[in-house]
Design a protein around this ligand. Structure first.
Ligand code: PEP
Length: 251
């Protein structure tokens, strides 16, 4: 019997100063303090993490980053290491987001190395995959996503698989207001689970798979009804504390 956590993670992207993040945390915590049936994660910009560590301490809200270096430490100007994230109480990190792949040239190989590095220090990777519109229209989406998953998770053990979260984020649905239908989201999340099973066996039944792409308070309920959708990665709709709290309560 599957025993999967349900997870709702907010991705603030490149929004919010330290003051704005602190103000958000106070309002958000007041709204979600009684949530117990799912894991709530806020993935904030690096500069706001330390302030959020103080605000979120001993709360039900977990802290995450949006990227990190694949190297452990060293002469990598401008990079942030997994240990630095742990140091500011991060327990999650988004890896392989399509914006990083498309705008900053991250490859499947880079993402695989980051997943391994995150696991090595005890962070939970929220590994993102998803196709663009052209691939979907050409009927190549399932194969594309399968290859992304196989490549990113190639070097990890079955035990490590249980510490990973996968987020299916079709690129055509991110920030566009176009959500995949719950049927399409379910179909791809089930494909991802089948790929995980092929690679690592039945442990895949316990891996949370999230959907991301224009999720809002109004559509989260329907998406969460699907058997292989265990939560959501939420961009735009996580930026306002009251709207994001409402989305979480509707999940
Ligand atoms: C995202 O950036 O991960 C995302 C899903 O964005 P949005 O919810 O705004 O589509």
């Amino acid at each position: 019997m599957a025993n999967r956590r349900r997870v709702i993670a907010g991705n603030w992207k490149m929004f919010k100063t330290v003051n704005e993040a602190e103000d958000y945390a106070i309002k958000f915590l007041e709204e979600v303090k009684d949530v117990t049936d799912l894991d709530v994660v806020l993935c904030a910009p690096f500069t706001a993490l330390h302030a959020l560590k103080n605000e979120l301490e001993e709360s039900i809200v977990h802290l995450g980053a949006q990227n990190m270096a694949w190297a452990e430490e060293g002469a990598y100007t401008g990079e942030i290491s997994a240990r630095m994230l742990l140091d500011v109480a991060c327990t999650y990190v988004i890896l392989g987001h399509s914006e990083r792949r498309e705008m900053f040239g991250e490859t499947d190989h880079d993402v695989a190395k980051k997943v391994q590095q995150a696991l090595a220090v005890g962070l939970t990777p929220i590994f993102c995959c998803g196709e663009n519109l052209k691939l979907r229209e050409e009927g190549k989406a399932a194969e594309w996503v399968k290859n992304q998953v196989a490549s990113a998770l190639s070097g990890i053990s079955k035990d490590d698989l249980l510490r990973i979260i996968v987020a299916y984020e079709p690129i055509w649905a991110i920030g566009t207001g176009k959500t995949a239908s719950s049927k399409d989201a379910q179909e791809m999340c089930a494909n991802i689970r089948a790929t995980l099973t092929e690679l690592m066996g039945s442990a895949s039944e316990n891996v949370p798979i999230l959907y991301g792409g224009s999720v809002k308070a109004e559509n989260i309920g329907e998406l969460m009804q699907e058997p292989d959708v265990d939560g959501a990665l939420v961009g735009g709709a996580s930026l306002d504390p009251l709207s994001f709290a409402k989305l979480i309560k509707n999940a």
